[in-house]
Design a protein around this ligand. Structure first.
Ligand code: HEM
Length: 382
């Protein structure tokens, strides 16, 4: 998509597309829309995709939206309840878990010699981590993974009636599993997110529906994206042998490699905001309830913000933050965890599998979430 983005940026950083929606493509415009409180994620009315999906869902199931889809004050209240799971001390504590899961997966991959980087490594890693963080017992993780994937794939929009029904069934099953876990945590509490949210629920700080929506958000946000950070990062490294060599030489560059991947080829390419009032934004008249597509993937390639933006350079000093985790009040809550997982995974590949090589062209799906579905690789000679 990147050459296309470059063409869009040349039309100005914010323009009105032929179908009438505003599109922000420059770093500055994207950055500013995300931080401008005159925009939100909820539309008072009007056919924005998210509002429409929400309407359908609420009508069908009585589900409530997660805080990703809510504006203050609900957003503030619910985000605060989930935040303790992602504090600096907690994240430090997750390192050992992430390293252990990484090593286990690579042991198995190494034994096979040829493996699929996505289904054997980049996919299972975040699942294990998020399951542990939520407090999902091991016995349930395979089922969670399966239904989580159905829900995750719907992030790209529901394309058929069949997919719609599969999604309904998956969401219902997910809710039931979370409800059972809540009951279980009341009897056997742990130091995990579901236990903490159950307390909040019992104290009247959130409703059970809000708890379910929060757990669903963490589950989906936790793996549909991180898998692609690891996949996109590995692909960029193998496509740029000098960078791969530099990482093998100095595995501490893994921090920079994860960060550079987020700028160069981010898993979440775009998000949407809605104007809450008629407003003048960067000299353009944006009407109340009009959606603005914020193209995060384009912001990272804007030459006004990054030198040689089309060059993948893991030693790049990021003078400004990329927007891969969005910005403003919806800035990704899991960013520290995602960074940790990306770093540990890329470091481990460089240290443990120095002869890693592509075995067949990777496959990708065309969608809003950018990533590979298959990436056959070999561990090469020992
Ligand atoms: C929000 C990206 C990993 C939890 C977001 C948003 C983006 C994003 C772009 C904001 C969307 C918007 O502004 O409309 C990513 C990427 C990840 C990642 C690229 C991995 C590389 C994670 C992980 C978790 C997580 C591991 C948790 C386990 C969340 C939550 C929100 C969020 C809870 C909602 C924040 C809010 O609305 O206040 N993420 N994410 N994310 N992310 Fe992530």
């Amino acid at each position: 998509p990147y050459p296309h983005y470059a063409r869009l940026r040349s039309q100005g950083g914010l323009y009105r597309s032929s179908i009438g929606i505003w599109v922000a493509t420059s770093y500055q415009h994207c950055h500013d829309v995300l931080r401008d409180r005159r925009f939100g994620v909820q539309a008072a009315a009007g056919p924005t995709p998210r509002a429409f999906e929400r309407f359908m869902r609420e009508r069908e199931t009585g589900d409530v939206p997660s805080f990703l889809e809510l504006d203050p004050p609900e957003h503030t209240r619910l985000r605060k309840l989930a935040r303790p799971a992602f504090g600096p001390a907690k994240i430090k504590g997750y390192r050992a878990l992430v390293e252990k899961a990484t090593m286990d997966l690579l042991d198995r991959a190494q034994a096979k010699g040829r493996f699929d980087l996505i289904s054997d490594f980049a996919g299972p890693l975040p699942i294990r981590v998020i399951s542990d963080l939520l407090g999902i017992p091991d016995a349930n993780t395979t089922r969670f993974l399966h239904i989580g994937q159905i829900v995750g794939q719907s992030l790209d929009g529901v394309r058929s009636v069949r997919q719609f029904h599969a999604l309904r069934a998956a969401e219902t099953e997910l809710d039931q599993m979370f409800r059972k876990l809540v009951e279980h945590k009341r009897i056997e509490p742990g130091d995990d997110v579901i236990t903490h949210l159950t307390h909040a629920c019992d104290n009247g700080e959130m409703t059970i529906e809000e708890l379910l929506a929060t757990c669903g958000l963490l589950l989906i946000a936790g793996f549909e994206t991180t898998v692609n950070l690891i996949g996109n990062g590995t692909l960029a490294l193998l496509d740029n042998p000098a960078q791969w060599a530099a990482l093998k030489e100095n595995p501490d560059l893994a921090v920079g490699a994860a960060e550079e991947t987020l700028r160069y080829d981010p898993p979440v390419q775009a998000t949407v905001r809605v104007a809450h009032q008629d407003l003048d934004f960067a000299g353009k008249p944006v009407g109340r309830n009009e959606p603005v597509l914020v193209v995060l993937g384009s912001a990272g390639r804007d030459p006004q913000a990054f030198d040689n933006p089309d060059v993948f350079d893991i030693t790049r000093i990021h003078e400004r933050d990329h927007l891969a985790f969005s910005g403003g009040i919806h800035f990704c809550l899991g960013a520290p965890l995602a960074r940790l997982e990306g770093e540990v995974a890329l470091r481990a590949l460089a240290e443990r599998l120095p002869h890693l090589a592509s075995a067949a062209p990777p496959e990708r799906r065309a969608s809003g979430i950018r990533g590979l579905t298959r990436f056959p690789v070999t561990t090469g000679r020992k």
